[in-house]
Design a protein around this ligand. Structure first.
Ligand code: ATP
Length: 367
């Protein structure tokens, strides 16, 4: 188990972290939520020995005091950190990056087994082992970073905003893979601003506010907590999100979704569009039914005369032989009228067989 007691960090006179105490068990996912500048990265760096902790701070791993140990010793003890910038070697291949993760003594004897575990967690990496990392997408790089950390055979995996820069769908995938990592017996401590998705996979959570831990509870309770909802879930909350009508409708009828998923706040759903998109009848001056009926009734003589009068000119609106159903003037412009007339003409041409597209006819008939 990882435990911090009264962990504080100063940058000069600035106190970035004050008396923060957390616990992360093996086999659980713990998330720390905090706004920009709250001290989340500082917290992870202090645990990892990268940023010195202030006097009076304690970091314990399985009861052993590792406060003030070097970053290498802390990795050797079993804590791996995936930093916010991912810390991977962009010019090296996926395989080279992964194998570099196995440098600690504790990991060497387990290299083959850990590589197999990483490649089964992220099958994409298996297919791309010889690909240079700089040619990979953000999501794939994040997999490499997590995979490399896993190669150090950690008991605790810490991740600094792993969802940063990833689409909601990729985040979901990534967080699912963290659940699988947890199932291998590793404790996961992640700091995040993406409250919704991280709380969905976490067992417990802490709130970090301006260097202080201002709350701690089960992930489920936090996702229902009004203060958390207001601060991190857009005020709408997990149960009643800001765009509830469209998203609730899409969730109720998945066929109405464009595939973005109910968790995607930006998903465009048919239900969502229905409220904003004007109906075609409100835009066109005639109904589609009338348009088709008119086109069918336009005489071939009329088409011929139009052609003779102005062969190159844009077709003028033709007088339909059957008057369209009266429609209110919607203000559609001349351009639209001309376009509709050209549709009519084209349909009439096709019906009368007078104009066939170049190349049509016997050449194409047999195909
Ligand atoms: P973000 O989500 O934006 O990454 P964070 O919660 O991770 O923010 P930290 O990066 O830990 O926050 O920063 C906490 C505070 O400490 C901020 O006010 C930041 O400006 C300050 N800080 C961080 N690193 C240093 C540093 N090396 N020197 C001085 N101040 C720093």
């Amino acid at each position: 188990m990882l435990e911090t007691r009264d962990l504080s960090v100063f940058y000069g006179a600035h106190r970035a972290l004050e008396g923060a105490s957390v616990k992360v068990e093996k086999n659980e996912i713990v998330v720390m939520l905090g706004a920009n500048g709250a001290g989340k990265s500082t917290f992870l760096r202090a645990i990892g020995g990268i940023t010195p902790a202030a006097e009076g701070s304690t970091v314990l791993l399985d009861g052993a005091d590792i406060t003030g140990h070097s970053p290498d010793d802390i990795v050797e003890a079993g804590i791996a950190l995936v930093p916010e910038d991912r810390g991977i070697f962009a010019d090296l291949t996926v395989r080279e990056n992964l194998l570099l993760g196995a440098y600690p003594e504790r990991a060497r004897a387990h290299e083959a087994e850990n590589l197999e575990r990483v490649l089964s967690l992220f099958p994409k990496l298996g297919e791309r082992q010889s690909q240079a990392v700089h040619t990979m997408s953000g999501g794939e790089r994040q997999m490499v970073a997590i995979g490399r950390a896993m190669m150090s055979h950690p008991t605790i995996l810490m991740l600094d905003e792993p969802s940063l820069g990833l689409s909601p769908l990729l985040c979901k995938e990534l967080f699912r893979s963290l659940e699988q990592v947890k199932d291998t017996g590793v404790g996961i401590f992640l700091v995040e601003q993406n409250a919704k998705q991280s709380l969905a996979i976490a067992d417990r959570g802490y709130l970090l506010d301006n260097g202080h831990i201002s709350g701690a509870d089960s992930a489920e309770a936090l996702s229902r907590d009004q203060a958390v909802i207001d601060a991190y879930l857009g005020g709408g909350g997990a149960k009643t999100p800001a765009r509830a009508p469209a998203r609730a409708a899409a969730a109720a009828d998945p066929s109405k979704s464009n595939g973005g998923g109910e968790d995607n706040p930006y998903a465009i759903t048919a239900a969502g569009l229905a409220g904003t998109k004007p109906r075609i009848e409100d835009v066109l001056p005639v109904s589609i039914d009338d348009l088709v009926a008119n086109a069918a009734n336009v005489s071939s003589d009329h088409v011929a005369s139009t052609r003779t009068a102005a062969p190159e000119a844009a077709p003028a609106p033709s007088a339909p032989t059957a008057a369209p159903r009266a429609r209110p003037n919607t203000g559609a412009g001349d351009e639209l009228q001309e376009m509709l007339a050209s549709f009519e003409k084209a349909a009439a041409d096709a019906l009368s067989g007078k104009t066939r597209p170049a190349g049509s006819g016997s050449d194409n008939d047999g195909h």
